[in-house]
Ligand binder design. Structure first.
Ligand SMILES: [Zn+2]
Length: 96
């Protein structure tokens, strides 16, 4: 059941999908709060966000680097795979 608690619905996969909207401030306030809550407790997503921000800053500084969605997804997937073995990522499960 993930009906009335948006925080419980946030998974690392969802975070990867929402990352751009989160950084652009395009998420509804309730979802953004839940996403930030997940970030606060998930080192994996925190790392992904930091890396993505670094790439975007690079792009802004140079004004020419643009990732197409395929590249972005591949990059996020690679980062997620890399941090997957890191100690302590909090996984949200619906099993309990
Ligand atoms: Zn996460």
């Amino acid at each position: 059941m993930v009906g009335d608690d948006p925080t419980a619905a946030i998974t690392c996969e969802l975070m990867a999908e929402m990352l751009t909207d989160l950084m652009e401030g395009d998420l509804p306030a309730e979802i953004e709060a839940a996403a930030l809550d997940h970030l606060a407790s998930c080192r994996a997503c925190e790392t992904v966000l930091a890396d993505t921000r670094a790439v975007q800053k690079l792009a802004r500084d140079h004004g020419r680097i643009e990732l197409d969605p395929d590249d972005r997804d591949r990059m996020l997937g690679a980062i997620l795979a890399e941090v997957d073995g890191a100690p302590g990522p909090t996984r949200t499960t619906e099993a309990e």
